[in-house]
Design a protein around this ligand. Structure first.
Ligand SMILES: *Cc1c(COP(=O)(O)O)cnc(C)c1O
Length: 244
């Protein structure tokens, strides 16, 4: 029951945020971040008519895949992707990797896509907060990475993704979102063939209203829908620093 109420509440907050800044709520998609959430609870969330979910770890994608197969939905991937897990991403029907952040990963992925005769959408993840613990390409290196990935015809860049600074100071968080938006305009202006800057995936439970004000087209919400998780987020974001 909680989950259903929470989703309604989040949708209401999205709508209010859009109204407050003169945007059409249709422009903002809710992505439900489902790490640590059981397949049954995810199914309950999908029963509300929401369709977009994402995991951070391939292991969790794998564990829930069969249970979710018969429930219509779309799967993105939002966690750090190790090159040796590329095969798995293609195995489990992930339509977009939002965490594309390096050329080596893109090359590995492309190689595999050729082998499987598939194509995939990606967002390029940018580290806009300057925090070492966060993944993503540095803003200064993003254009070069986009140009490199654009040469791989089976990978389609649809936009950018970032995780904002963890801070209660809204203006500092907003700065991260502004960096992402400005970067997306800069990349757009380059007119790189095959590259689309349509999506800005930014904003989570604590900051999605700010992200919407700065132009988010996808907000990734976990806690506000499913409740608190057992592990700190660093566990999901930086394997080098994870709990053991
Ligand atoms: C967990 C996660 C989210 C959702 O975070 P909440 O604070 O629980 O809403 C969004 N993006 C990424 C990359 C995540 O790992």
């Amino acid at each position: 029951m909680d989950i259903i109420n929470n989703i309604e509440n989040v949708l209401g907050r999205i709508e209010t945020a859009c109204k407050n800044c003169g945007r059409d709520p249709q422009e903002v998609r809710l992505l439900m971040a489902t790490k640590t959430v059981s397949a049954d609870r995810i199914k309950m969330a999908l029963s509300t008519g929401q369709t977009l979910i994402a995991e951070n770890k391939i292991q969790e994608v794998k564990e829930k895949f069969l249970a979710l197969e018969s429930t219509p939905h779309e799967s993105h991937f939002i966690g750090h992707l190790q090159t040796n897990k590329v095969k798995d991403v293609l195995r489990y029907d992930i339509s977009c990797i939002q965490s594309m952040d390096r050329m080596k990963l893109a090359r590995k992925l492309h190689h595999r896509l050729e082998y499987k005769n598939k194509e995939i959408d990606v967002l390029v993840q940018v580290n806009t907060s300057g925090e070492e613990s966060k993944f993503g390409v540095e803003p200064e290196e993003a254009i070069e990475l986009v140009k490199g990935i654009a040469l791989l015809p089976r990978i389609h860049i649809r936009g950018l993704m970032t995780i904002g600074l963890f801070s209660s100071e809204t203006e500092k968080v907003r700065q991260c979102f502004k960096i992402l938006k400005n970067l997306s305009h800069e990349i757009d202006a380059e007119g790189i063939e095959g590259v689309e800057m349509k999506e800005l995936s930014m904003g989570m439970s604590g900051d999605f209203e700010t992200a919407i004000e700065e132009g988010a087209t996808i907000v990734r919400v976990g806690t506000a829908i499913f409740g608190k998780r057992k592990y700190p987020d660093s566990f999901y974001w930086n394997e080098k620093k994870s709990l053991r």
